[in-house]
Ligand binder design. Structure first.
Ligand code: GDP
Length: 298
């Protein structure tokens, strides 16, 4: 948690700076509440979460005197209330195995790294893991995933660059089933600039999976880069439409001041948040602990 605290420092400093001085008058009146709401919005929590926190504070404490410390604590509690319902680790429960986890997201979001982190996490829990290199579009993607697979000590099913992702996924499910794999993690192309093609490609992967197991994919995890702030949120809209999304992993929360976007995502979409990325190594995936994150942000 030290690492997490350190990672969120910039986010926390930003909100603290934005909240500083707001309660100087002492009373929680309309003007103070306006200032708090503005501070939350400019700290990337988004208009919806900001309005909700404002109204909760008003319900509980309107007219009361409140110190800076009490305000921070009250905001942290409201943030925790928003985050708690969406905190949901990615669990391996599929029967029959394998559990098929599609990982989607734009290039550069941290998709490949996150796949390696997930593989590492599952292997630490003694699950058998297999990767499928379904991003055949980007020249370097297959090689990058293979490098991570080697580091993590996990097998990878890959095809030629420009090959058909659905056929790789088909082979991967066969191999996973034959070898008793628990979790099959599938990389996918992140070329959002060609939405139609990406949609068709993901739909085809889904059709192939569905023929092998009607429950697959069991998870469709969208990887989002927190440093993109509100743009990360609009990616949720697009990917919900393109691929369906069952949960989120937000990356690069180390060293960004935009961690408030986690709260915005939770409030606006209510999608499960499985974990957060706080660094570039395989060990840098953290469970999403809503109370800890709320305390660290505010
Ligand atoms: P992809 O294009 O979506 O597959 O993204 P990559 O996994 O290749 O990651 C893009 C860059 O972001 C790489 O330099 C990664 O090391 C970096 N990255 C990924 N996740 C994190 C994270 O949680 N924190 C930090 N600081 N960097 C990350």
């Amino acid at each position: 948690s030290e690492r997490l605290l350190g990672g969120f420092r910039k986010t926390s400093d930003r909100l603290a700076t934005n909240l500083t001085g707001i309660t100087a008058g002492g009373r929680l009146d309309e003007a103070t509440l306006d200032d708090i709401e503005d501070a939350l919005i400019v700290s990337d929590l988004g208009p919806s979460a900001a309005a909700r926190i404002r109204s909760k504070l008003a319900d509980k404490r309107f007219g009361a005197t409140i110190t800076q410390t009490e305000l921070k604590e009250a905001v942290a509690e409201e943030i925790a209330e928003i985050l708690r319902p969406v905190a949901k680790p990615l669990e391996i429960t599929a029967f029959p195995r394998p559990q098929v986890i599609l990982v989607i997201g734009v290039n550069g979001s941290g998709k490949t790294t996150t796949i390696a982190k997930l593989a590492h996490l599952f292997m630490e829990d003694d699950y058998g893991v297999l990767l499928a290199a379904g991003d055949t579009f980007r020249a370097a993607a297959i090689g990058q995933l293979a490098t991570w697979a080697e580091r993590a000590g996990v097998d990878i099913v890959r095809g030629p660059e420009g090959g058909d992702p659905a056929s790789i996924v088909y082979d991967a499910v066969k191999q996973a089933t034959d070898t008793g794999i628990d979790a099959l993690i599938v990389d996918t192309a992140g070329r959002l600039q060609n939405k139609r093609e990406l949609m068709d490609e993901l739909a085809k992967i889904r059709r192939v999976l569905g023929r092998l197991n009607p429950d697959a994919p069991h998870d469709v995890v969208l990887v989002l880069d927190a440093t993109n702030g509100q743009n990360a949120l609009s990616q949720i809209d697009v990917f919900k439409e393109v691929a369906g999304v069952t949960g989120l992993i937000m990356t690069k929360l180390d060293g960004t001041a935009r961690g408030g976007v986690l709260v915005a995502a939770a409030e606006q979409y209510g999608l499960p948040i499985h974990a957060i990325g706080v660094g570039e190594t395989m060990e840098d995936l953290r469970p999403f602990d809503p109370d800890l994150v709320a305390r660290v942000i505010a």
